[in-house]
Write a protein that binds this ligand. Structure first.
Ligand code: ADP
Length: 613
């Protein structure tokens, strides 16, 4: 039996242990600190990651913007070049391009509307010193009496802007201007003429500029060759060369057109050529900032080069005052604060658990020690009680023992009185004497029983190997008279030998079998004694066919002086069964009653096979 119950119990015990140790880990002050430290580390990492993420985001945005702006500039420059080539195509397609035809052509392009930044589309022709006079005369004949090639002076070669549409007040300032006379322009013009490709000049201040809103500018030229002439080599191209279709650009206006409305998220400067200095600065998106000093160091920087029409532009980008949005700026702080809050909460919870655990343990310890004190006190009380019990038993034994002698005297003198003076007494006197004798006899019986009871409690067990068969034989002999008087029959099954106090076992058998005979019903008493072994125990059953015992009294009858009947019905003093229980208990055994099938009772007595131990 123990095997079956202990296995699951042990399994659940180990589960409980595991849970307990898990709880102990979490209910621990050290754990709280460790968790707090790890929490700090994690929060730090989260803050760092968030920072990185936010910056990476900003950087990606900046990169995008840089690419967008660079592409926009590049695209716009390419489109303008196409407009110029359109002019060349126009010259080739139309037989005689004069001022009016050119105006119509440029008007149709709707420059101001579609191409902001482009100052106009013009046509400039080369003029030799020999041609100079006739050239000026011819243009003056067209109705421009003031016309001349500017600046004045003798030079080896000239060029002259003859058309420049729209021919407004600003562009009129360039009418007749000899661009060849200016180094920067001449370089680009030469390159266009000699390569046959579009060519952009370096930084210039346009002759159209006045004192107001002075902007830096540049010019882009495309060459026009005589139709049908070969242009395979430089020499052929020079021979076939007729003039330059060109456009002046004002950088500020051009950039406004390229990028639309001002967006201050990214600042940039455009330098002409590889050097970055005030002279090569073509455009600055934020003039005011640079006037104040260098841009802040935290800003993101990026440099792009743009190859266009024979020139290289450097685009230097810088993220504006702050590339981070407000949400981004605060995100790492939020992450850190939230992390710290969680860390401290965890720390608080685990510390409180640890505190509660300690308190519970403290309480448990206190309770244990209380219990221990109570136990010690109880043990002392038990010792005290058993001492006084012993005293009491001693007292009962001595008193019953000492009572025997005077009682014997009372009884024997009563007998003598009856014998010697019986006939001298009247009936009433004799009746009284009989009562006295009867009383003395009952008292003797009571004292004998009491003495038996206290002896069992007092004396040490005298253990020996006992044959139960023999014990039963002796018992039956003692009960011979009762058996024959009542017509009783006592049978038995196989009976063992066991270690016990033989006197006490005899007393037990005598009391139980005697009761079986005494509490008989209508039928003559039939008593069967049997024995059954269960492990180290022998259980004896005394089954009778008597009046039986109500189960409600099954415990009560073993108490001293407890009887279920008056003496007039059944003789006795209520000590027999308490003696039996005492004997069983002294042998570390048990006694109990069950109803017998078909009437009567069965008394069960279990005794250890090998004596008390
Ligand atoms: P006594 O026999 O002296 O009355 P016991 O202690 O032996 O005292 O028994 C207590 C009571 O238990 C008895 O008075 C009786 O009522 C009941 N009793 C004991 N043995 C039997 C039995 N075999 N059958 C019926 N009743 C019994």
């Amino acid at each position: 039996m123990s095997v079956f119950t202990s296995t699951p119990a042990m399994a659940s015990d180990s589960k409980v242990d595991k849970r307990k140790s898990a709880i102990r880990i979490f209910h621990n002050a050290v754990t709280a600190w460790v968790v707090l430290l790890f929490g700090f580390a994690f929060t730090g990492a989260a803050w760092y990651t968030s920072n990185q993420f936010v910056n990476a985001n900003a950087e990606a945005r900046f990169e995008n913007r840089v690419t967008e702006i660079t592409a926009a500039i590049h695209q716009r420059m390419f489109i303008y070049e196409q407009v110029l080539w359109g002019g060349v195509g126009f010259f080739n397609a139309v037989e005689n391009v004069d001022r009016k035809v050119w105006r119509d052509y440029v008007d149709a392009l709707k420059l101001e509307q579609h191409w902001p930044g482009i100052q106009g589309i013009g046509f400039s022709v080369p003029v030799t010193p020999e041609e100079k006079g006739s050239h000026i005369a011819a243009i003056r004949d067209e109705g421009f009496p003031q016309y001349t090639i500017k600046p004045a002076g003798q030079r080896d070669a000239y060029s002259a802007i003859i058309y420049l549409e729209p021919f407004d007040w600003r562009n009129k300032r360039a009418f007749g201007y000899d661009m060849w006379s200016n180094d920067m322009r001449r370089q680009a013009m030469t390159r266009a003429r000699d390569t046959g490709e579009a060519s952009t000049s370096g930084i210039i201040t346009l002759v159209q500029e006045t004192q107001e809103d002075v902007q830096r500018g540049f010019l882009t030229y495309v060459p026009l060759y005589k139709k049908g002439m070969p242009v395979g080599t430089v020499a052929q191209r020079r021979a076939a060369f007729e003039g330059w279709v060109y456009s002046p650009f004002r950088m500020g206006n051009l950039m406004k057109g390229v990028l639309g409305a001002n967006r201050s998220d990214v600042e940039y400067e455009i330098f002409d050529g590889a050097d970055m200095n005030a002279d090569t600065l073509l455009f600055d998106s934020n003039k005011s900032l640079h006037a104040d000093g260098p841009s802040n160091d935290d800003a993101l920087k990026k440099i792009k080069t743009l190859e266009l029409q024979g020139r290289t532009w450097l685009l230097v980008f810088s993220s504006g005052s702050s590339e981070l949005t407000d949400a981004e700026k605060h995100q790492p702080t939020f992450v850190a604060i939230a992390g710290l809050v969680v860390d401290f909460l965890l720390f608080y919870i685990i510390s409180s658990l640890a505190y509660l655990q300690r308190r519970a343990e403290g309480m448990a310890t206190a309770m244990t020690s209380d219990l221990r004190t109570t136990q010690t006190e109880l043990e002392a009380k038990v010792a005290e009680l058993s001492a006084s019990n012993e005293e009491l038993a001693q007292f009962a034994y001595i008193s019953s023992h000492d009572l025997q002698e005077p009682l014997r005297m009372v009884a024997s003198y009563c007998d003598l009185l009856k014998e010697d003076y019986g006939d001298k007494l009247d009936n009433t006197g004799r009746e009284y004497l009989d009562f006295a004798v009867d009383g003395a006899q009952r008292m003797r019986a009571l004292i004998t029983d009491l003495l038996t009871y206290s002896k069992i409690g007092q004396k040490d067990l005298e253990l020996s190997r006992v044959s139960v068969d023999e014990v039963l034989g002796l018992t039956l002999k003692n009960l011979e008279m009762a058996i024959s008087e009542n017509g009783a029959e006592v049978t038995h099954g196989p009976l063992p030998s066991l270690t016990c106090d033989p006197g006490q076992l005899g007393q037990l058998f005598l009391n139980l079998i005697g009761n079986g005979i005494k509490f008989k019903g209508d039928a003559p008493p039939r008593i069967h004694v049997s024995a059954e072994r269960d492990g180290d125990e022998w259980t004896f059953a005394f089954a009778d066919n008597g009046i039986g015992i109500d189960q409600a009294y099954a415990e009560q009858v073993f108490t001293m002086f407890q009887r279920l009947h008056t003496r007039t019905t059944y003789d006795g003093n209520g000590i027999g069964l308490s003696v039996c229980r005492k004997i069983a208990e002294r042998h570390r055994g048990k006694i109990g009653i069950e109803p017998n099938v078909g009437g009567g009772s069965i008394f069960y007595v279990s005794l250890p096979e090998g004596g008390t131990s």
